[in-house]
Design a protein around this ligand. Structure first.
Ligand SMILES: Cc1ncc(C[n+]2csc(CCOP(=O)(O)OP(=O)(O)O)c2C)c(N)n1
Ligand SMILES: [Mg+2]
Length: 469
């Protein structure tokens, strides 16, 4: 069978050779004639099959005479670059980014502050104070490590689980809170769902929920930045689930062919809502796709903030110097539920979550590193935790237990059909039961008006007029 295949392959090669009339590029051999219709019938020089080189414009590769499919598992997985082990020890001293104590403390404080903000906003949602929230638990290292390696003017396109990037850039806690509460201070005035932050001054493009749409948009921006030639880059974050969208593939290919200075930063956290990676793809993750598009790619331990920092810094340096896209796949784990609309205990075990929470967490890894150097101890930890809780908690405005007079006025503007029996005789208590009921009975538009109202100090729109209270 193998011999027959080889023979037929050789016959095929010979006829192919005839098709290539005039296209050979071997030195010292003049082409017989230019290629034209019917060229296969014309005379050409004879070569041995070993001398023949492929001339296809679409690939640069050698001929082989064995029929063999490429195995998807030909290598045992793209390796995962790391700098620190789980105990916070530097594995290879030459890879230590040698950050100062102040820089490392800043990393740690940003990562823990993000964690504290998540806890308080998650609780806010559970108490019915805000409509929705998404935590970043377990992915703090990917946010801070990558953000710290960028220039402040590099343009960020996020997916929705990258609040730490914005926090590292100095977005105030007040505005995080205002956005989630959709109140008068929110630059978007409650028109977006919670966690859809955006900040022009900090070069952070507003989050939009349809998955992967940010990818081709980011590539377009990177192309514009390349034409401006001002040493900036674009970084585009997305999850491994979003990488299955068609937009991701279009974006990768445009970035490679147009040679755009962009870092594709994939947070591979194991799940896309309830879909585990084992059902999401059959190849070797997302990093394996990079070479397919001609993109320099690396896989890093996303729970190692130094590995993320080193990889992003080098990718950024080369993206600027070479006008090339880079792909970083940061391996991590989504410790929280997908969002407050999800209950992950339905599709994964508590033991699995506990492993990442207790044994391989980016925050504890960095803390081990800091305590190993004598930069941090339990007392400092206690003081900082208390202070950060106060910093975040102090931003929440606790509304009064009853709906205020201006709020009553809004409820009166809601068509009766939308209220479906909900009492117009106000005040009604602002408790979670009432909020849930309101959510269930109101149409989306009315719901937004009411949520803005109820969230306290809100801005709302009614009949074209804007009220603030
Ligand atoms: C086009 C589109 N399809 C489906 C959804 C619903 N959806 C929201 S998040 C999500 C999962 C995304 O997972 P991943 O990209 O891995 O990010 P992660 O949530 O894990 O950070 C899905 C399916 C959506 N928002 N947009
Ligand atoms: Mg995911």
């Amino acid at each position: 069978m193998a011999a027959a295949t080889t023979t037929s392959a050789r016959v095929g090669l010979r006829s192919l050779k005839r098709l290539l009339l005039g296209r050979t590029r071997f030195p010292g051999r003049a082409p017989v004639r230019g290629l034209r219709t019917g060229g296969c019938l014309q005379q050409q020089e004879e070569f041995t099959s070993l001398e023949e080189k492929p001339q296809f414009p679409g690939a640069s590769a050698e001929f082989v005479d064995r029929l063999e499919f490429i195995q998807p598992n030909v290598i045992s997985g793209i390796p995962i670059y790391r700098v620190m082990d789980r105990q916070g020890q530097i594995v290879n001293l030459s890879e230590d980014p040698q950050l100062s104590k102040e820089q490392v403390l800043k990393f740690y404080k940003s990562m823990t502050l993000l964690n504290t903000m998540d806890r308080i906003l998650y609780e806010s949602q559970r108490q019915g104070r805000i409509s929705f929230y998404m935590t970043n638990y377990g992915e703090e290292g990917t946010h801070i490590g990558s953000a710290a390696a960028l220039d402040d003017t590099d343009l960020v396109f996020g997916q929705y689980r990258e609040a730490g990037v914005l926090m590292h850039r100095g977005y105030p806690l007040d505005l995080f809170m205002a956005q989630c509460y959709g109140n008068a201070t929110d630059p978007g005035k409650g028109r977006q769902m919670p966690v859809h932050y955006g900040c022009k001054d900090l070069h952070f493009v507003t989050i939009s929920s349809p998955l992967a749409t940010q990818i081709p948009q980011a590539v377009g921006s990177a192309y514009a930045i390349k034409r401006e030639n001002n040493n900036r880059i674009v970084i585009c974050y997305f999850g491994e689930g979003a990488a299955s969208e068609g937009d991701a593939h279009a974006g990768f290919n445009f970035a490679a062919t147009l040679e755009c200075p962009i870092i594709f930063f994939c947070r591979n956290n194991g799940y896309a809502i309830s879909t585990p990676t084992s059902e999401q793809y059959r190849g070797d993750g997302i990093a394996a796709r990079g070479p397919g598009y001609g993109i320099h790619s690396i896989r890093v331990d996303g729970n190692d903030v130094f590995a993320v920092y080193n990889a992003t810094k080098e990718a950024r340096r080369r993206a600027v110097a070479e006008n090339q896209p880079f792909l970083i796949e940061a391996m991590t784990y989504r410790i929280g539920h997908h969002s407050t609309s999800d209950d992950s205990s339905a599709y994964r075990s508590v033991d699995e979550v506990n492993y990442w929470d207790k044994q391989d967490h980016p925050i504890s890894r960095l803390r081990h590193y800091m305590t190993g150097r004598g930069w941090w101890d339990e007392e400092q930890e206690k003081i900082w935790r208390k202070k950060s809780r106060k910093r975040v908690g102090g931003r929440i405005e606790w509304p009064s237990p009853f709906v205020s007079a201006p709020e009553q006025a809004v409820v009166k503007t809601i068509p009766h059909s939308h209220l479906d029996g909900f009492p117009r005789s106000l005040p009604f208590p602002r408790n979670p039961h009432n909020l849930r009921k309101i959510r269930a009975i109101l149409t989306c538009r009315t719901y937004i008006i009411l949520m803005n109202t109820i969230s306290g100090r809100g801005a709302f729109f009614s009949g074209g007029a804007e009220f603030e209270f």
